[in-house]
Design a protein around this ligand. Structure first.
Ligand code: SF4
Length: 415
């Protein structure tokens, strides 16, 4: 199956490591994907249903709000039935943190802008220390301590990092070091600056996110712009997309981001498709959409290409595990760039499903072994006929280049 080589992966920043339940964060561990439930935590069955959906989509760690005593009681029933570790999100009342730990959660998130009394912060950290639980210091641009806002003349990267450092100092006083940190802002440039500064200042693992990114597609683009920039610099140990959408979408986006950067192994399908052009022999958008639908449920970790023409398609997508290119009302099915079968156009999607299963069961080698002997010759014949009919210069580039040169000669006084 196609994977990036180790040389093409981004080097990661060295950090300490902690454990959220059985999920390691930092210190070279795979970057984990997080999300947050949107149900009332007191609604045990509803919350568990959502957690199962998130885990099924590839979520590694899930956060649930613990905003009232009933939520903590709900957590006591949710934690033992959850397939993934649970972090309790604490905003204002430190008692909720103590209750959540008693409920059995695997970690906490504290917002330093909201819980400000040192004795409360230290009481929570001491309890987490005794229970061996990690805490995320979740600084949020929107709820920064007003004194820091004033000191730094507004919301700045320095103000956000100072907020995290103040919290770390309280934790230090009670000997608590199982820390990860986030400095999220809805402004992408500010968020990038804050994380870069933080990464230069501490060696704790970092949780990345663009807060309140909003609904997709704009929210997806904003969050990706911020997180991808940092990940490509080696910064970030766990991530969350904060989208105004079903949280399952957050998890899918997180997985795609990490997989596309080569930072996590491919877990599901990666469908690539050409953008289509005047050469296309088929409606690429429709075929790609149908292929996505048909292959999605199979959960096979392969890259599949849908290409609009047989002239350029198989060559352009030769790195894909499996692909199909259209030409002369037929589909050329290829595995790692090698044509293995030619099928009628209406059977293109079915053929992709059949051969995806062959690769899932026996690998690329098995698919190549099953190659139809006449496929390559048939494909070459189609390709040659199309080149004959349309030429290999779809944009008439050679003619255009000649025209440009003669125009140049006419306008150049020195010629
Ligand atoms: S594969 Fe063919 S149809 Fe698709 S963009 Fe390339 S040349 Fe155009």
């Amino acid at each position: 199956m196609s994977e990036l080589s180790p040389q093409t992966r981004y080097p990661r920043r060295d950090t300490r490591q902690l454990k959220v339940g059985d999920v390691a964060v930092g210190g070279g561990a795979p970057i984990s994907v997080q999300s947050m439930t949107t149900t009332k935590t007191a609604d045990v069955e509803g919350t568990l249903q959502q957690i199962y959906a998130l885990a099924g989509a590839g979520c590694d760690i899930v956060r649930c709000t613990c905003n009232e005593e009933e939520a903590a009681e709900g957590l006591a029933q949710i934690v033992p039935r959850s397939p993934i570790p649970i972090i309790a999100d604490i905003h204002h009342q430190y008692r909720r943190a103590l209750e959540a730990m008693e409920a059995g959660v695997q970690g906490l998130r504290l917002n330093p802008g909201n819980i400000r009394r040192p004795e409360h912060i230290k009481a929570v950290a001491a309890e987490a220390r005794d229970r061996g639980l990690p805490i995320r210091i979740g600084v949020n641009g929107g709820s920064l301590d007003p004194s820091l806002y004033e000191k730094h003349g507004g919301l700045t990267a320095e103000a956000m990092v100072e907020s995290a450092l103040q919290e770390i100092a309280y934790f230090d006083e009670v000997g608590f070091t199982d820390i990860k940190i986030s400095v999220k802002a809805s402004n992408v440039a500010l968020m990038i600056d804050a994380y870069r500064l933080l990464a230069d200042t501490v060696d704790y693992p970092l949780h990345l996110g663009v807060t309140e990114a909003g609904p997709p597609p704009a929210g997806l683009v904003k969050a990706t712009a911020g997180m991808a920039t940092l990940l490509a610099e080696g910064i970030g140990d766990t991530i969350r997309y904060s989208l105004t959408a079903d949280p399952v979408e957050e998890v899918r986006a997180g997985r795609w981001l990490l997989e596309s950067l080569g930072l996590r192994e491919r877990r599901g399908l990666d469908l690539i498709a050409c953008p289509s052009c005047g050469r296309a022999e088929v409606d690429v958008i429709e075929v790609a959409g149908n292929a996505q639908k048909a292959l999605d449920g199979m959960n096979i970790p392969i890259q599949v290409a849908v290409m609009g023409c047989v002239v350029n398609g198989p060559g352009e997508a030769r790195e894909a595990d499996l692909g199909i290119a259209a030409g002369r009302k037929r589909g050329h099915l290829f595995v790692k760039g090698e044509v293995v079968k030619v099928v009628p156009e209406p059977e293109m999607v079915d053929a992709l499903v059949e051969w995806a299963q062959i690769i899932a069961d026996g690998g690329v080698e098995e698919a190549l072994r099953r190659k139809d002997d006449s496929a390559a010759a048939e494909a070459e014949a189609d390709r040659a006929l199309l080149l004959d009919e349309k030429g290999d210069d779809a944009n008439n580039a050679s003619e255009k280049i000649q025209n440009i040169r003669s125009l140049d000669a006419q306008t150049d006084p020195g010629a």
